[in-house]
Design a protein around this ligand. Structure first.
Ligand code: FES
Length: 158
């Protein structure tokens, strides 16, 4: 999956970004955010590249990437499945739905399936509690989801 993002084109966009932040004090956060926008994630290869070019210790970059939840080292899958774990959805069984997806796909929260198709995330209340439990897949919103239906819903995205 990484070969899809570690392209020459992406590295030259990163070069431009590095050029823009040359000599700017404290550039790490915007640099990493920009790198993630380009690559969709900040894997080790990208971290080392930035470390070398911007002369920033790799350990510092790794520390920031792993500390802040906004950064990820593995790109998201083609489809992002979000299960609402807010109170109303939780009470209506969203955790069971999450577990069912997790088991069927062999991935935990925040992980991406090995074929790069699906990423599973948990969200806070998205403000549609009347339709609890809610699952979204990309921009599609599914309300009053039954545990028994969820795998059928996800079939559509395979
Ligand atoms: S708790 Fe899930 S939409 Fe509000």
């Amino acid at each position: 999956m990484l070969e899809k993002i570690l392209t020459e084109e992406n590295f030259s966009a990163l070069d431009e970004l590095l050029e823009r932040y040359k000599g700017v004090p404290g550039p790490l956060m915007p640099l990493l955010q920009g790198a993630q926008d380009i690559f969709g994630a900040i894997p080790e290869e990208v971290q080392s590249y930035i470390a070398e070019k911007a002369n920033i210790p790799l350990a510092e970059i790794y520390g920031v990437v792993t500390f802040y939840s906004q950064f990820r080292m593995v790109p998201r899958g083609d489809h992002v499945i979000s299960v609402c774990l807010g109170t109303a959805c939780y009470v209506k069984g969203s955790q069971n739905i999450m577990d069912k997806i997790s088991q069927a796909m062999g991935i935990g929260i925040g992980e991406t399936s090995s074929d790069g198709k699906f990423t599973l995330v948990g969200t806070r209340c998205i403000g549609a509690c009347g339709l609890a439990p809610i699952v979204t897949v990309n921009d599609d919103v599914y309300g009053k989801v039954k545990e028994s239906e969820i795998l059928k819903i996800l079939e559509k995205y395979k």
